[in-house]
Design a protein around this ligand. Structure first.
Ligand code: ZN
Length: 79
């Protein structure tokens, strides 16, 4: 896939770290599968993966945790 940010690079499968911030809480998820631009480093996360991340973020928020760093485990990801 061609990168839509720099319009020069091609993306390749890899992993990235995603940071989500909501209601004063910060969530960092490592090893998230993404298509990474080989030119500018922009990471493209699939809809399935971002949905899984948001769901996890909400569950963690409900438990009262304000800072959470975890690794992506791929549950609920159809890819
Ligand atoms: Zn790019």
């Amino acid at each position: 896939m061609k990168c839509t940010i720099c319009k020069n690079g091609d993306t390749r499968k890899g992993v990235t770290s995603i940071t989500l911030q909501r209601d004063g809480a910060t969530f960092v998820v490592r090893d998230v599968p993404a298509d990474i631009c080989q030119n500018c480093g922009e990471a493209y996360v699939s809809q399935n993966v971002s949905r899984t991340l948001l769901k996890r973020c909400e569950l963690t928020l409900k438990s009262g945790v304000l800072v959470n760093i975890s690794e992506y485990d791929g549950s609920g990801d159809a890819n």
